[in-house]
Design a protein around this ligand. Structure first.
Ligand SMILES: [Zn+2]
Ligand SMILES: [Zn+2]
Length: 120
């Protein structure tokens, strides 16, 4: 969407600070803050070591069961790993940040792009 002079305008807040995403930087930052607040309210915590240990025992995506090697590289090259930290019970549904609620998911599942198991 543009404002008529060739400048992209956010459909949500009318902002114009973009860096290649569908929603503007301000909206993304606001969403990130909200998520952080919810996560804090839900409680639970895990360490980097716990996450690394979990990754080590997770050769495949917990959602689609694809091995990491068959998952295409992320479109955003700043992120090298195809695995992401996922919450078994979504943060928005009251899921905690405890390691027991954490699983390794491919970015496609975590970001909702993968509709179902083994669909490529
Ligand atoms: Zn916006
Ligand atoms: Zn997956």
């Amino acid at each position: 969407m543009t404002n008529g002079i060739g400048k992209r305008v956010c459909t949500k807040c009318g902002g114009s600070r973009f860096n290649g995403w569908n929603s503007c930087m301000d909206c993304r930052n606001a969403r990130g803050r909200l998520r952080e607040q919810r996560l804090k309210a839900n409680g639970g915590r895990h360490t980097v070591a716990e996450w690394r240990a979990l990754l080590k025992t997770s050769p495949t995506c917990a959602e689609c069961n694809r091995p990491w090697s068959v998952i295409p590289p992320r479109p955003d090259r700043r992120y090298k790993a195809v695995w992401t930290k996922g919450h078994k019970i979504a943060v928005y549904h009251g899921g905690t940040n405890d390691i027991r609620n954490i699983q390794a998911e491919c970015y496609e599942c975590n970001f909702g792009k993968n509709a179902g198991p083994l669909k490529r």
